[in-house]
Design a binder for this molecule. Structure first.
Ligand code: UDX
Length: 430
């Protein structure tokens, strides 16, 4: 069976490679010529564990190829996945212009029956909109629209795509359902078949619920700080209740990344457009952004004025095991520190200067965690990279002017840090 994936970013490329691994003949399409030429050389344009090797293996086995032509994509396969970006529009809505461009491109090349799959995260009823658009621009060719949202997590993209918790398929015809069931028969995961709108909504509702869980525990963390409780212990105690679950209850700097922030905003927006004000989601967003301010306020409390202070910042990506800095709390915190007059020395294991254009020439990007702490008044931990846990803290203490650590991800053991002579502050700990 052959497949075409249109859009070769985090979602499209990972989806394409995972289908290739399952034995399908995959063509990945993208209108970014430079990206396609890099991929054709066997290079992944971003960091994701295991992806480089998977690309090289798939190319050697000749089960993946690349193109900039949607026309070629339509010709290649019966199933066409659309995995292009749906960025946040100015008014909080999802910007569907990339999806619409692809739909027009597909429509103009459509001859025989095709299953056109929304893989990108879209607001409910986008499928209807796509159908109207494709009908308008095609010469009456037969097609079905399917919603098949992705749930991959960056940093664990291969595992979460090859072994998903569930596969959601929103369909309008038995024919499309059969095609999709055949396609996913090689994956061991429950398949849930729904109508189109429900599948679309499952994605926005899932991501918003994850964001809600994070904001909830961050709100609880504030009460912990005021009452002398420890949020790590509280989260453990809550999470063992199976109805709640332990995942996504890590208090800290809140959620970032390409998906959660935009999906919460887009879900609130579409809900309000449909006539239902979703204030809960606005509160989730508010709590999330406040966490960053509270973190910087901890530094101010520990150091007094930040103006002229040298601060080490560990982590720039929005979470570990990725070089993705989109909507990263760490980047926002660096910008805030600079605004307050501090000098920032940052270290991240994977983030390159090209990934932080807004901070370029405004911070010193160091090549090791030790270089970053040299002669600093304080160390801020913004991303919980495993390597930070393994650092030699005796050496760190010697390098710093003042031994103060503010751990935005609660990744270090407070007792150990105190025994080493650090003044340690976590999140949600008195
Ligand atoms: C998310 C969804 O998890 C995934 O299903 C969807 O397909 C895309 O969006 P991702 O953006 O890769 O995936 O990141 P995720 O692992 O969900 O983490 C999002 C943010 O929440 C990160 O900044 C992370 O640090 C933060 N987070 C996560 C917490 O602050 N606490 C937690 O307990 C979990």
């Amino acid at each position: 069976m052959k497949l075409t994936i249109i859009g070769s970013g985090h979602v499209g490329l990972v989806t394409g490679l995972c289908f290739a691994r399952k034995g399908y003949q995959v063509l990945c399409v993208d209108n970014d010529k430079e990206k396609i030429s890099i991929l054709k050389k066997g290079i992944v344009p971003f960091y994701e564990p295991g992806l480089d090797k998977m690309l090289k293996d798939s190319m050697r086995k000749k089960c993946i190829s690349f193109s900039t032509s949607v026309k070629e994509g339509v010709k290649h396969a019966e199933v066409l996945f659309i995995a292009v970006g749906t960025p946040l529009g100015d008014d909080g809505s999802a910007d569907l212009s990339y999806i619409e461009n692809v739909c027009r491109g597909i429509a103009r090349s459509l001859k025989d029956y095709r299953v056109i799959v929304e893989k990108s995260t879209v607001p409910v009823r986008t499928g209807e909109r796509m159908k109207r658009l494709i009908k308008k621009y095609s010469g009456g060719a037969d097609f079905d629209i399917v919603s098949n949202p992705e749930f991959l997590q960056e940093g664990k993209a291969l595992k979460t795509t090859l072994y998903p918790d569930r596969i959601i398929i929103g369909v309008e015809s038995k024919k499309a359902e059969r095609v999709m069931r055949r396609l996913y028969a090689r994956f061991k995961a429950p398949i849930i078949v729904t109508d189109l709108a429900s599948a679309e909504l499952i994605k926005h509702a899932s991501n918003s619920f994850l964001a809600l869980k994070i904001s909830y525990i961050n709100a609880v963390a504030r009460v912990c700080e005021l009452s002398g409780a420890d949020v790590t212990q509280v989260a453990y105690g809550i999470g063992l209740d199976k109805r709640i679950g332990r995942e996504f209850l890590k208090a800290g700097l809140g959620y970032g990344g390409y998906c959660l922030p935009k999906d919460v905003a887009a879900f609130a927006h579409i809900s309000e457009r449909l006539g239902n004000k979703f204030d809960l989601l606005h509160e989730v967003q508010k709590i999330n952004l406040e966490q960053r301010k509270m973190f910087v306020a901890k530094a101010e409390k520990a150091l007094g004025l930040l103006k002229g202070k040298k601060i080490a910042l560990w982590g720039l990506s929005f979470k570990p095991d990725t070089d993705d800095t989109r909507e990263s709390p760490a980047v926002a915190i660096a910008a805030r520190l600079i605004k307050l007059g501090a000098k920032v020395q940052a270290y991240d294991p994977k983030v390159k200067p090209s990934k932080i254009p807004s901070l370029r020439n405004r911070i010193k990007l160091c090549s090791s965690p030790y270089e970053a702490v040299k002669e600093t008044h304080c160390l801020l931990i913004a991303t919980d990279w495993a390597e930070f846990k393994e650092a030699d803290f005796k050496r760190i203490k010697k390098e710093m002017l003042r031994p103060i650590i503010i751990d935005g991800r609660n990744m270090l053991e407070p007792k150990n840090m105190k025994n080493l002579g650090f003044v340690y502050h976590g999140m949600g700990k008195s």
